[in-house]
Design a protein around this ligand. Structure first.
Ligand SMILES: *Cc1c(COP(=O)(O)O)cnc(C)c1O
Length: 433
């Protein structure tokens, strides 16, 4: 019997798998790849074709796929225990990871509440910020300040602090209302945010923001000093600050956390995506000591945080995350991010920016958005450029008409060149009126 062809895999896929953020009626037409295995920074499909993973498997992969050291950490932990509950009990590996992270996160005396997805960890942060005030007998601090174009995940709470757009407008009736400042594409966003902080300060539980880069918004990049000023204003007004570093964390912008570049120490920080190097679902809400302390009280009292997920602090995920944190140092990964990010920026400026089909290129570290300039709506240029790149062996996925480049942090010079040259060819092929 012949090996099943790519097409039959796509058909089998579409028959039973419902893909997120994907219109299934035209799933097959948008050049999906069906991955079977991987080799370093390359994905290999069911037909044996290789693709440079230009989006780090949706922003989660850091060192590459099948890292022998991470594989070994996972296998070693399998020999002990895969999972045990964190509700009222502990796990050695979760403790070891938390101790290691505590030395690295820009949060004062941090405490880690684990979840499996970024959205769930955002949800935890929002609920913690709310209860922080009620636990201290403060009433009326029940609202959140969030930014335009913000994306914080897809649960009801996280889409509420997230802005509309991304096709989620139909859920508007389910969203709870928030105070909305402009996003990073508005040059006056910081001034407007500070005005809103001042106006609403007594009613705000927390402000939530993605420091430095609004990723899903299409890589909108802020001035680090502006972010610092807004966060300082929020802190001075007594409002808790939640930094969502799900996308920016673990080296993507050239520092371990983007908060470092903005000189921030948030009260609550949300981490996810790159925490396990792209291996396993793990996220965490990081609370500073004062936030944590507000939840201490008698057993079974109302001060307890009544929230928890079944797979919180999963030992397999924590074992990989623990080893991953060491590898970031041992391999000097952040230095590579800074070096290759600069090369990427330079090569894009030479090769892609001059193309008439390109409106703007935005970048912080290796987080890059190439905004196309279609002459009218409905041309689906973002989609077509990425499909053309996939045909050339580079996996890309757009955000509307912004082509996202988010390569693994270990990317080489040769691969940066491949990424840029492929993108230029794909634009030239696909961006025809
Ligand atoms: C991806 C993302 C999330 C959601 O994380 P999931 O693991 O996909 O739920 C939240 N915030 C930001 C900034 C993100 O980029």
């Amino acid at each position: 019997m012949a090996a099943p062809s790519h097409n039959s895999w796509v058909e089998r896929d579409a028959a039973v798998v419902w893909h997120g953020f994907t219109q299934m009626s035209c799933y097959a037409e948008n050049q999906p790849i069906v991955v079977e295995r991987a080799d370093g920074r390359y994905l290999i499909d069911v037909e044996g074709r290789r693709y440079l993973d230009g989006i780090s498997s949706l922003w989660v992969v850091t060192l590459g796929h099948r890292v022998p050291e991470l594989d070994a950490a996972l296998i070693e932990q399998l020999g002990r225990v895969a999972h045990s509950t964190l509700l009222g009990n502990g796990n050695r590996m979760t403790i070891e990871l938390s101790e290691a992270l505590a030395l690295r996160v820009p949060v004062d005396s941090p405490h880690f509440l684990y979840a499996s997805d970024g959205a769930a960890a955002v949800e935890q942060a929002l609920k913690i910020a709310f209860q922080y005030w009620t636990n201290q007998g403060v009433t009326g601090r029940t609202r959140y300040l969030a930014l335009g174009h913000a994306y914080h995940g897809d649960t009801i709470g996280s889409i509420s602090v997230g802005d509309s757009g991304f096709g989620t407008d139909i859920f508007d009736p389910l969203r709870f209302p928030v105070i909305r400042a402009p996003g990073y594409n508005n040059p006056d966003w910081a001034k407007a945010a500070i005005t809103l902080i001042d106006r609403h300060k007594d009613g705000l539980a927390a402000m939530v923001l993605e420091p430095l880069v609004q990723g899903a918004a299409g890589m909108l990049v802020a001035e680090p000093r502006a972010v610092h000023k807004v966060v300082t204003a929020a802190k001075e007004a007594g409002i808790l600050v939640i930094c969502d570093e799900v996308a920016t964390g673990f080296g993507r912008t050239g520092t371990l956390f983007a908060s470092e570049q903005c000189d921030l120490r948030p009260d609550l920080m949300v981490i996810g995506k790159g925490i396990t190097g792209g291996y396993l679902p793990l996220a965490a809400t990081v609370a500073s000591q004062p936030v944590y302390d507000a939840f201490l009280g008698p057993d079974l009292s109302e001060k307890t945080f009544y929230h928890g997920h079944s797979y919180s602090g999963n030992a397999l995920a924590c074992a990989v995350a623990r080893r991953h944190l060491d590898l970031l140092d041992d391999w000097n990964v952040l230095a590579n991010v800074r070096e290759q990010a600069e090369r990427l920026g330079k090569r894009l400026a030479e090769t892609v920016e001059p193309l008439t089909a390109v409106r703007e290129i935005r970048r912080a570290g290796l987080m890059t958005g190439v905004e196309l300039a279609p002459p009218r709506d409905g041309l689906r240029w973002g989609r077509k450029v990425c499909a053309a790149a996939v045909r050339r062996g580079v996996l890309l996925r757009p955000l509307g008409d912004v082509v996202v480049l988010m390569p693994p942090l270990t990317i080489t010079t040769q691969e940066v060149n491949l990424l840029v040259d492929t993108l230029a060819d794909a634009i030239n092929e696909a961006c025809v009126d």
